[in-house]
Design a protein around this ligand. Sequence first.
Ligand SMILES: Nc1ncnc2c1ncn2[C@@H]1O[C@H](COP(=O)(O)OP(=O)(O)OP(=O)(O)O)[C@@H](O)[C@H]1O
Ligand SMILES: [Mg+2]
Length: 386
Amino acid sequence: MSTLPAQQSAAHLLPGRQVHTDPGLMAQIVAAAADAIFSEDLDGRITSWNAGAERLYGRPAREMLGKDTETLLPEETAEQLGNVHALALSGERVEHFDTWHLRPDGTRVPISLTVSPLRDASGAVAGLATIAKDVTERLQHSAALEEAHRTLEKQHVALRRSNRDLEQFAYVASHDLAEPLRVMTGFVQLLEKRYADVLDERGRRYVFHVVDGAARMRILIGDLLEYSRFLRSEPGSEAVDTNAVARRAVASADAADVEIGDLPAVWCDEAAVFAVLQNLISNAVKFHRPDLTSHVKVAGEVIDGVVQLSVDDDGIGIEEEYRERVFGMFSRLHVREEYAGTGIGLAIVQQVAERSDGRAWVETSPLGGCRFCITLPAPPKSRGTA
Ligand SMILES: Nc1ncnc2c1ncn2[C@@H]1O[C@H](COP(=O)(O)OP(=O)(O)OP(=O)(O)O)[C@@H](O)[C@H]1O
Ligand SMILES: [Mg+2]
């Protein structure tokens, strides 16, 4: 069995240099190290055992010196670690090998091993030095991370499923309900036309309500179908001329007093941008103050590579507490008799924003009413030009 003075291995690490170390210095460093550091001879008997090893394995040096390192190995890792030792004995250093060692009470401690050959004065391998790092904390962290990852994955699957269900529901509700509704409406209209003189006043009123209800249901179903179109489709990837779309939206909203600023192009699809501007402009016009027509301003700017479009009005405004709720499906703050509508417009606006990773919100306008804003991506070449 060769003896291996500590300073000899330090000299070996710095070939060609004269190392003038206090002979006890390396021993002190090894003693102070947080990790377990021990050496063994060619027969696997322990020749040194630092304080870190005493802490990690819970065994004092006096008990371990001369002991076989096999006492540290759980049965299932013996073969694997035998291979690591064989490799180190052949002259190679094995770094950061994750495995388990045994404590005297039989518990396993997860460790990361670095095993280096130790050479004698002639350069022949005379033993092994092992640094064992306790990686319990790292394992706990990675187990917690994996658990968090699994939970996220599960939530993601559940969310995707519920989104798919919602898309399916919106589509089925809007598409398949349209057909029976058409049949009902047709026959009630026939009833109204052909049997008007057979029915008394009350009968005619009932039929009128059925026809009216069916007409409203048709609009609702149409709105739902429009909404589900944006739920089901990916955002487009084309540069949309927002100015032209805004002019079309103003024409379709039959709005008079609408100012359109110089709007930047967005990276989306024309149908979606039209739906957004048409809904926001028609709302701005619709929710005017009693006896006054609205003054509406459409503006846009590029902020940090993202286009922010805004529609301002001097209408009735929305109280702070309702500003999130108005984006919900069929969510309205007024009865039909006061302001017509089904409450799907802003849900579409929000859907268009979200499918492009944008945002839609409402704040108070300097004009006195609402300022609705939406962010959409800018076309690639204009990104980064704030
Ligand atoms: N510019 C606005 N000023 C004041 N209130 C508004 C404005 N825009 C929207 N709102 C409020 O938000 C609600 C939801 O708007 P949304 O556009 O979704 O529905 P709607 O206009 O009532 O119906 P639809 O757009 O389906 O015809 C409106 O009913 C209204 O109460
Ligand atoms: Mg609307």
